[in-house]
Every structure is written in structure tokens, then in C-alpha cells.
Design a protein around this ligand. Sequence first.
Ligand code: PRX
Length: 631
Amino acid sequence: MIFPSEKTIEESYVPDYEKLYAQVKEDPEAFWANIAKELSWFKLWNKVIAWDYPYARWFVGGQTNIVYNALDRYQKTPIADKLAYIWEGQDGTVRKYTYRQLNEEVCRLANGLKSLGLKKGDKVSIYLPRIMEQIIAMLACAKIGLVHSVVFSGFSIEALKNRIIDAEAKTVICADGYPYKDKVIECKKNVDEAIKDLPQVEHVIIAKRAGNQITTNPGRDIWWDELITKQDTICSTEIMEATDPLFILYTSGSTGKPKGVIHSHGGYQVGTYLTLKWVFDIRSDDIWFCTADAGWITGHSYIVYGPLLNGITTFVYESVPDYPDRGKWWSLVEKYKVTKFYTAPTAIRSLMRYGDEWPKKYDLSSLKILGSVGEPINPEAWLWYYKTIGREQCPLIDTWWQTETGMFMLTPLPSSPLKPGSCNKPFFGVEADVVDANGKPVPVDTQGYLVIKTPWPSMLMDVYKNPKKYLETYFENEALNINKNNEASFSNFLYFTGDSAKKDKDGYFWIVGRNDDVIKVSGHRLGSAELESAFVAHPAVAEAAVIGKPHEIKGESIKAFVILKHGQQPTDTLKEELKKQVRTLIGPIATPDEIVFIDKLPKTRSGKIMRRVLKAQELGQPLGDTSTLEQ
Ligand code: PRX
């Protein structure tokens, strides 16, 4: 156990976790209502929470807009002249935006979007790299009640197309291209391909980044700069119901099709505002560096909304940690005097490999708190991060949460005693447990299903256009014999996270990994079924099964078992072709590490592939219950 200093405890927002946790447990509604009142509302709610199985609705009857709280309310205060963002490009270009300038840019784009005829409730797909326009676009949409659906710029044409179709987006915002190491990624080309047969897309707005040649489609395509040039820097903020959708973000699950997770204006703002503030002990002079991309939930909650709701300065770096050299991130920490740094275990593990000489070249003494997210962090990486980057003086906050939760759920606070590799305990108002298939808590140090037993304000509202999936994934999951027949009342709320975990004698949680065919590659969430469909789309492939295998740097790597169609030859060239196929259909993050050709896959008698058996065989583990296995 690593104990925080007395000074850290005294100075933090919550010096005594246990005491406050117990207090909040008595009356979570009052707790969240008080926090919500720290933000602005056009109209206060009638009900803090309404529970209508399986939906929790927060701040019902309240009216607000997250952008009002992120930008508008500062404009007549000194925060208006404070930096909201410092952005550095891969080529060293620096762009800085005060809260006033950011607000003006957001207003101009919002007016531009209105001039294209977009109306409250319309969906906009944002396919932008890590440039300021990505953040501005999200805020502009939210300001006028449009629902943004950000698609990570590393996703391929097919993945983008499917997300545009599912979200029914009328407009796509993209860039011409962007630098990625020594290449230019031509993302406008991907958009052209993705929407060529989609008349639903009426407009494409193109932000200029790489200056590469693009083809434009007159009447449909418009340059960002041209769209905003004549627009006013004032735009009124749409009054939204607290429960109106703010965004859709697609994430992988156990089926082939990614799910559109919906978050709201009201509850989401309360959750992201408070968790960032207390967990990272946010102060007005902080320089916050979250290394994620706003294409993922971490970026939505903790690059865009959470930091702006707290009125702090966020630093954004366009490129990867080791480009142009392996000390890049550390040089940025020194240059911008970053105080709070939040990244993923994969990055830590790869930077650790490069050796201590890189961080040692730079002055990292501005750092006060370090954070980790996205996958379990192994104790070795934890300790390296804590010692080499944090000088054994920075609390290391391992935050467990999900696209669906919107905010940190299990996490230490700066005042918490730490155990390397554990994500500590639930945040205030959150009850979590580890249970067996009947929903009964398992004994200490025993692996089971991680569940959440209370609703929380930034809980997902639904799966877009698929309430059945919402119900079956998070409440009536087939792995559990509970929550069935709509019997769940408020007192037996049980949200299924899809993770396996253990709880130790001190009540600390240890995440083991996913239990639902989701693979975490470098912290990115990919579905086995999604990957398998990409293989099967190749004309030579009859069937495929994909599993995740432990990997030293990436957390998990992708291994595919492929059955070829009759007459196809299992050659290395075909393996390469299949890898390419998966990259083209999903994106480079999904590149398989290993492909083997086999003749038979383990299946249940009803024909479902038993990936669990493949995985156990691969790892030399016991096969478990194979009674349903077809012999
Ligand atoms: O398996 C857990 C893992 O990431 C999953 C959620 O993935 P995603 O929705 O992409 O969100 C990632 C960023 C919040 C979880 O179900 N996960 C997330 N954080 C941790 C983690 N596993 C272990 N420790 C964490 N701190």
C-alpha cells in the first residue's frame, strides 16, 4: 500500500473518502442535486432521478445545455481571457484559444451549421483528427442541439460508413488530411468513398489541415473556413431538456455491429464535471494533458466537456507519444508545465521499454497527479510510471470506467492509499460489487462479474435505435440469471459491466478483463464478432473465430482462426491479404497479429463458436464447462 502525504490529504477536495462515501450512500439524490447546482440551469429539475426499468433518467424536467456551462457562463468573468486549450501540432505549430476565442469559434461554426439548414435533433458525424476543429465541431453541435457522433479518425471507410448510416447523419465534418508520423492520411478520400451511395448526407464540411489535394463535390462539400467566414461570433445557445441527447458514440460489444451509446446534456455534465474535479483535484491554474483522442469517450469526457466545465487549460498534442522522438511527451510536459497527466497503460508500457533516459532528459517537476485508463495496468508499469514519471510524489489514479458510464466509476482520489494495479474503490454515489451468475456477491479475492448497483448521473441513456440491445447487454445479460422478467426495482438495480473483477479484503477492486468477447487492443475496444465479419467478407474465407491473447505492450493482441472455402490454399500471401482486409474494413487499430488456418472450430450444438474454448486451448488453460460442445 502506498500512502499519500499529509499535505496531499489536507489539500485535496476530499480528505476522507470513507466518511464522505458513507454519507453520500445515505442520500445520493441530495448529493447529486447539490453538485448539479454548482452548474447553471435554465430551469431546475422536478425530479433528481426517475427509474423506469431499465432506464434511469436524471434531473427530469430540468433545462440546460452543457455548452452553456462549458463556455457561455464564463464570458463575463475573468475566465473568458484564460486559455481553454493549447494545441501543438506534429510539426511544432502551436494554436492557443482563450475561453472567449473558443466561444467565438464555436458560435461561428454553430451559425454556419444553422445556415446549412441543420435543426435541433439532427445528427452530425464528425470524422476529424486530433485538431482544434474536432473540439470546436463537437461544441458547436451541442450548442444548437445537434447530436454529434464522433468517429475516430483511424477508422476505415466501412467503419465510418456504418456509423454514418446508423446515426442517420445529414452532415459530415472532416479534414482534408492530417499528418501521421511521416505520412499524410487522406481522410477526405475516406469520406468520399463512405458516402458515395448515401444520399442522406447533404453536406460535408472540410477543415484544412494537411493541405493535400482533394476532390470536392460542388453543392455538397464546403470548406470550414468558407462556411464560417461571414458568420457572427454570437449565437444563442439552445435550451435543452436535461434528458435530451448530447451525443452518440459507437462502441464495440459482443455482436458484429457497434452500438451507438447515447449520453444526455444534463446528467452527463454533472458526472464529468465532478469526477474530473475531485479525482484529479482540479485547481484553476492546472495545465491538464489527457493524451486520448476525442474520437473515444475519454476524449469526450476529459478533453472536451469535463475540463471546460471546470474552466481549466487543457493541452492537446496532435501526434503519438514517440514521434518525432521517444521523449516527445516528456518534452511537452516540461514545455507547458503540465500539472495533471492522464494516459493509457499501453503507452506507459511502450515508453517504459524505451528506458529511463528519455524522461530523465526533461524537467517533470510540474506534475502533481498522474492517471491511467482503458485497460488494467500491470504493477510493473504502474511502479515505473509512479517512480520515473511521478518521482514517487504524484498520486497515480487508475480510473475504471466505460463509454457507457461516461464518467469515472472506480477510482482512487489523491487522498487514497494506493495499491499498484488496483483501480481502488467506487466514486461517491456509486455502488459496485463482484457477483456470481445469480447476482450473489462472491467471496473476497474471488473472480466474478463486475456490476454496478446504483444508477449514476452520466449513465448511458440507451443504445441508439436499439433498446433491446440496451436491455440485453446491460440488464438482462445472458451471463446472469437475474434482472429477468422486468422485476428489477430501484433497490435491485444491477448494471452488467461486461468486466470480470475481484475485490480484496480491503474492498479494493482489481479488474481482470472483459468477459464478453470484447478485445482491448492498446486500450481500443474491438468486438470479436466485428473482426470475424471482416474476415468472412473475404471471398476465400468460410468461417473465422477471433480471440484476444495477452500481449506485453498492447494488453491484448488479436489472433484469428480461419477456415478457408473449399479449394483455397492456405498461403502466407493470403494471410497478408486477410490482414489488409481487416485494416480496410475496420482500421489499422484492428490489424490481426496472428492468423492460423484450421479445419474445424469448436462450436456448441446450436452452431455458436465457442471462443472461450479456443482461448483456453491457446493459453493452455482448463477448458471449463464443455457440455455444450459439439463433438
Ligand atoms: O474492460 C474495461 C476497460 O475498458 C472497458 C471500457 O472500454 P471503453 O468503453 O472503450 O472505455 C475506455 C475508457 C474509459 C472496460 O469495460 N477499462 C477501462 N478502464 C480500465 C479498464 N480496465 C482496467 N482498468 C481500468 N482502469
